[in-house]
Write a protein that binds this ligand. Sequence first.
Ligand SMILES: [Zn+2]
Length: 322
Amino acid sequence: MKYLIALLLSLFSIHAFGWGFFAHKKINQYAVFLLPPEMMILFKPQIDFITEHAIDPDKRRYAVPDEGPRHYIDIDHYGVYPYDSLPRKWNDAVAKYSEDSLKQYGIVPWWVQTMLYKLTDAFKEKNQTKILRYAAELGHYIADAHVPLHASSNHNGQFTDQKGIHGFWESRIPELLADTQWDFFIGKAEHIKNPGAFIWSRVLESAAAADSVLKLEKELSLQFPSDQKYAFEDRNGITIRQYASAYSKKFDEMLSGMVERRMRQSIFAVASFWYTAWMNAGQPSLTHLSNQEFSAEELKEFENLNNAWKAGKQAGREHEMP
Ligand SMILES: [Zn+2]
């Protein structure tokens, strides 16, 4: 039985990186509704693209070695909160630690800013396909920066005998509660004057929350009858072994709404970064844009990305990644 369970787990555990695929898509989708009408004119008809391609950066992790570090930062590598020894500016950080070393421990707060510049340039060029791609992908990295375990070297509880906690927080809980229990009425996107400071403060919040996430799950697992921690339950029509609903709800309660709060903050941040890029580009009219159709090469690229992802999934390589 033990072997069977292990086999089922490895076959069906959908280990995503950063918010699970479900939450990443929701975050991009909901963010569209925070935009002003001048942007909605482009984003609303393209909402399916923005939603679906929210997960491209995770798919790319199988194919592109440089991709991984863009999704997280093991900030505890740099001492203790608030990690003042780590320069917030990329060039200063490179001068102090070298680019290789920074990449080894993750670069998400800097990569969000790189993507913001790319999106801003795409708005200046009024290039529709670039705007959509960069917006969808920027949304992904911003959302990842909001996940506490993306700002901790103990990202999957591997140092504290809590393996699986990563997907528990970011996939299992949102999938169980987001559609039925949570509120995503969030208001309007705002212009962010200092995007660097903004994303760093979100990363520091994540880092500060990581300890609670790990500590509370440990506490709960010690209190909870161990044979009721996991259950065979339905997931998208397939019966799989996963964290039991009762266990998941209890964990969510102990976190006092943290997952919902981080998801809401992600949505606000994503919409506000899109809005900021558009404002900083001089508020170009989005009614007549160039490059409205994806080229044959771009479509091929999307297809290759999907294939590489599926092949990687089949090979079970996802389990080796943070
Ligand atoms: Zn990610």
